[in-house]
Design a protein. Sequence first.
Length: 546
Amino acid sequence: MTVDDDAGVSRAVARDLRRRYGGTHRIVRADSGDQALDALREMKLRGEQVAVLLADYRMPRMSGLEFLESAMDLYPAARRVLLTAYADTSAAIDAINVVDLDYYLLKPWDPPEEKLYPVIDAQLDAWASTDHRVVPETKLVGHRWSARSSQVREFLARNQVPYRWYSAESPEGRRLLEAAGADGRDLPLVVSPDGTATTAPTDGQLAAQVGLATVPAGDFYDLVVVGGGPAGLGAAVYGASEGLRTVLVERTATGGQAGQSSRIENYLGFPDGVSGAQLTDRARRQAVKFGAELIMTREAVGLEVNGSARTVRFADGDAVDAHTVILATGVSYRQLMAPGVERLTGLGVYYGSALTEVANCAGRDVYIVGGANSAGQAAIHLAREARSVTLVVRGDSLQRSMSYYLVQQLAQQDRINVRTCTEIVEAHGADHLERLSLRDNATGQAQDVDADYLFVFIGAAPRTEWLDGVVTRDQRGFVVAGPDLAAGGERAPGWILDRAPFHLETSVPGVFAAGDVRAESAKRVASAVGEGALAVMLVHRYLEGL
Ligand SMILES: Cc1cc2nc3c(=O)[nH]c(=O)nc-3n(C[C@H](O)[C@H](O)[C@H](O)COP(=O)(O)OP(=O)(O)OC[C@H]3O[C@@H](n4cnc5c(N)ncnc54)[C@H](O)[C@@H]3O)c2cc1C
């Protein structure tokens, strides 16, 4: 980059630089320090690198030295060269100390082969020997202990958006904040590869910024799938591949619970196990390949019957219409009710395995609460990084709640301790988790332990309140479907058709339930995928009868 307020000089420098370096470098020209700094900020946000800054010493408003000093905040590794007249030589020499100047170049620089290129060659060589790899992916600047920062990290990771994380206190984090004109109070800052920067975005803004669709493209579909876990993705793949106009709406990220699993070992066809992220990525690509539309960050909050149309309504009042709906909303983690837990959620306390936190657990003491398979898997996964992993289980043994193979694996790990008959009664910490109070249920004895992380896996419940009064649910909120609707041989309440409900059909004709959200479902990845596929077959049968 070359900066000179004299347009003639500026053009001449740029012309000479282009002649020699134009094939390998972009030469950026600016007429003032302000203009040059604006250009540098944009380049910073786009993740571009700057090798050499060449500034004229005498410029009105902002001198070359002032410019170079400010530019250092953005690009400390860029080589700094001052262009001076002979009379200003002593000022230039002083500047070597002030702005850590790498070179001063006297005007005129003719012939460039002798006076300009050798200088720039040396600067480029020096620059090339330092590490300054381009960061093409999304950049995220935030605070280590901030609930929103960790939510955004989790959101990007679960949506398979590659990103690089910078602490707001790190030098590069500070540079990015400066380039975006952010004061650091509203975090996180998200910078996409094209340089677009937003502070503290909502999930919807974030999705749009990283290129995830958030609005259905069509007016009317054959099939709306609500929920993007294994059941929903299965339904989307089969629906779209069989020619149905299919849209899937998901409130956070595809993958559902399975997407958060570090290793699924019992899914058919993966003898060495598969991570939830890999399985989700493949399923997602498969659904898109067949033409399914995937809409992210939209939470269904209402279901209406409008003649033969079924309307799924979103929180902002928007809606999408279709002939049929598959409810595949699965289950959500149950909250751990103990003082301090809610306040410290995202600040050391996490629901599910929070895969983005795993690397931070290196050398730390980690607690996991829960006695089912998901807790066991997480313990094995976290023990690879953590100093110790303690599994806190309310029951008196793991055998009843966890698969045999996992209990065996836990027993073989030195770093994993299992504390049965134990409950977490309080979480402590000022701005992040520091301690847990445990109670031994057998003896009633209380104990405080140091803890950096707590991962909660204490079961899950369907969040189906939004279907209240429309679709029949059981006492725990699971959606009742098919033969279960007519328990005891009675006709299902509210069912108006002559035929009986199809196998996965709910009390509303044309609305189906698949996966964990369905009452009596198997709560497995394979059965969820299978139900997604079966529901699509029943959708065809329903459509034939329309
Ligand atoms: C950590 C962990 C490990 C597991 N390991 C295994 C294993 O090894 N093997 C195995 O077989 N099973 C495993 N399971 C269980 C398995 O993951 C589930 O049975 C399976 O994911 C259920 O799929 P689903 O599509 O029915 O629901 P979910 O996976 O729960 O997906 C539901 C989706 O719907 C979305 N959603 C919910 N409500 C709405 C709404 N109103 N609007 C829009 N979207 C909504 C959610 O955000 C979610 O993405 C594991 C579960 C966990 C948590």
